[in-house]
Design a protein around this ligand. Sequence first.
Ligand SMILES: [Zn+2]
Length: 213
Amino acid sequence: MPRWMRHLIRPAFDPAETAVRQIERLGFTREDVRHIIVTHLDMDHIGGIADFPHAKIHTTAAEMLAAVVNPGRRERARYRRVQWAHGAQFVEHGPGGESWRGFPAAQELTAIAPGLVLIPTPGHTRGHACVAVDSGLRWLLHCGDAFYHWGAIDGRAAIPWSVKAMEALATYDREKLLENRQRIAELHRGDDHGLRIVSAHDPADLAACVTPT
Ligand SMILES: [Zn+2]
């Protein structure tokens, strides 16, 4: 990870926080993980996939083109081929599908299990997607990097300059990013208590992961 990125997002390089260690603490083994659905293939989102060589990695066909098959000049700088060099078993999901709560084309991944929905939301990257999960109690919408800070969705808090800078640097298509963010904001304004929306980088969402709410 480049130094500027480390400075802006300040990841905790603690082996105890890796996905494989957290899963083991829940009483499972890495072999129990058969499918991983990623929002996108940026380096700070797939650092742990090599720990699960038996798992299928699900992503959009557009993200596969951007990261693996035919990356453009700027895209080559954001992805790290070494992260899938162990022979990651990618499963691509093409465009199309049914509407899901305001998004025009989503796909329920019933081949894995019911209640898992891949929702293409390009903008941050060429093939970024949100992932909706039916937890049984309520739906969870993992928005990945579709927004970095809740201020961009509800406008209640100022967005720190460092977050704005990071987001601007990482945006592939600003028009699509804002279009999809608008859909997320409308979903939030709809006040659907059955839906919890989370972002990958918002500090409040990260804190809630440590102390579940
Ligand atoms: Zn990203």
